[in-house]
Design a protein around this ligand. Structure first.
Ligand SMILES: [Zn+2]
Length: 199
């Protein structure tokens, strides 16, 4: 790609950090921004700064929040006996739409030794600590993508839960293997959740 003035080049380089954005798309974004009113760019810059300043992790479930504790953890109407462990914060929205009304724990990914994602790099210890702190919890639903990493994570955590005499369950089959929870429709996911079985 030919060299553009430095401010353009800088932003192009930054955009290519985003998933699925290559240099050409990044350049298209930058040219688009150059045509926008000054206020729009200022608002975007402010939103980006605020993202880092205001968004933090929930002290309980580790999802994104702007407070100490997220809305779901603060909701007293939630079922306190079941926790759904998910890989990413975005999975909470997916499981919510399927009708789950317990609480969550966000691991931050699934086990993948090749990519250096080991149990220590995930929020597994905080999940175990939480289970000790919250004796009302009797079941953990392990809701990960039906792929190799998801399976490995289910195996690993279910063993730890069994040692603690807690019920570990997984979504019923029906989700296409290797697929992403994000793309499962609500009905299929709701069904997989209702028919979840013990690991
Ligand atoms: Zn929370």
């Amino acid at each position: 790609m030919r060299e553009y003035p430095k401010p353009i080049q800088n932003l192009v380089n930054l955009f290519t950090y985003l998933p699925g954005v290559g240099p050409k798309t990044a350049l298209r974004y930058v040219f688009y921004l150059l045509k926008q009113p000054k206020g729009t760019i200022e608002s975007m810059a402010r939103a980006l700064t605020e993202l880092q300043l205001a968004v933090t992790s929930c002290t309980v479930c580790k999802t994104y929040t702007t407070q100490d504790m997220c809305e779901i953890c603060r909701d007293s109407k939630r079922d306190r006996t079941v926790i759904c462990a998910v890989a990413h914060p975005r999975d909470i929205g997916t499981i919510e739409s399927a009708g789950f009304r317990g609480r969550y724990h966000v691991l931050g990914g699934t086990l993948s030794p090749i990519e250096g994602i080991t149990p220590d790099t995930l929020e597994i210890n905080s999940l175990l600590k939480r289970l000790t702190d919250e004796p009302a919890v009797s079941e953990v639903v392990l809701a990960f993508n039906p792929d190799i990493e998801g399976e490995a994570t289910i195996m690993y955590i279910s063993k730890l839960l069994k040692e603690r005499h807690l019920k570990a369950s997984r979504l019923a089959r029906g989700l296409p293997a290797g697929s992403d929870l994000e793309f499962a429709d609500e009905v299929t996911l709701g069904d997989a959740l209702n028919r979840r079985w013990e690991v």
